[in-house]
Design a protein around this ligand. Sequence first.
Ligand code: ADP
Ligand code: 5GP
Length: 205
Amino acid sequence: MRDNTSGLLFIICAPSGTGKSTLIRKMLQEFGNFNFSLSYTTRSPRAGEKQGREYYFVEQEEFLDLVRKDFFAEWAEVHSNYYGTPYEEISRITDQGIDVLFDIDIQGARQLSRNMQNRVLIFVLPPGKQVLEQRIQGRGTDSQEEIQKRLDKAKEELQAAEEFDYCITNQDLEQAYDKLRSIYIAEKSKTYYHKDDLKRLLNNW
Ligand code: ADP
Ligand code: 5GP
C-alpha cells in the first residue's frame, strides 16, 4: 500500500453559475492523474446531463436510506436538494494515493477538510452580482425562481470565502484557469507529496 499522504483532495467551491464546472472540465482535460469525485444528488438531471457522469441521480427516499446506512463521507442540503460524497471517493485517495477533485458546497468542504492535511480549499469568486445572474441565465438550465434562490445563497457563500486557502476571480476564463492550474502544480510540489520519492532516492543511494 502506498503512503496515504500521496493523494490530494482538491476542493473547489463557488456560488452557482460562477464557472466552477467549466474550470473543473478544463482541469480534468489537462491533468490525467486527476479523478473527479462523483456525488449523489436528489436534483433532477439538467438537459445534457447523464446518469453516472455528472452525478448519480437518485430519489429522495433512496438518498435518505444511504444516509442511514452511513454511505456518505459528507452530505448537505443545497438549494432544496440533497447532495452527498460517498466514502469510496475518499478511500480512492487514502488507499491508492490518487488526486481527487471535489465540486461541493461550503458545508461539504468544511466537513471533508476537517482532519485532512492533504487538502487544498479553493474558492472561485464571480466578478459581480449582475455577471453572475447573466451567467446563470445564459446557462439556460434554471427557472427564474431557481436563479433567485441561487443569488440569495451566493451572498451567504461569499461570506465564507475567508475560510479558504485560495480565491480566484473568474472574470476572464483563461486567466482564472491559469491560476487554478498553477495552484495545483504548486501544491503538488510541496515536500509533503514527495516523501515516497525521497525515501526511494535515499534507499537506492
Ligand atoms: P457553475 O458550475 O459554477 O455553476 P458553469 O461552469 O456552469 O458554472 O458556468 C455558468 C455559465 O457561465 C456557463 O454558461 C459558462 O459557459 C459561463 N462561464 C463560465 N466562466 C465564464 C467566464 N469566465 N466568462 C464568461 N462566461 C463564463
Ligand atoms: P448543481 O445543482 O448546480 O450541480 O450544484 C449545486 C451545488 O451543490 C454546488 O455548489 C455544488 O458544488 C454542490 N454539490 C455538488 N455535489 C455535492 C456533494 O456531494 N456534497 C455537497 N456538500 N455539495 C455538493
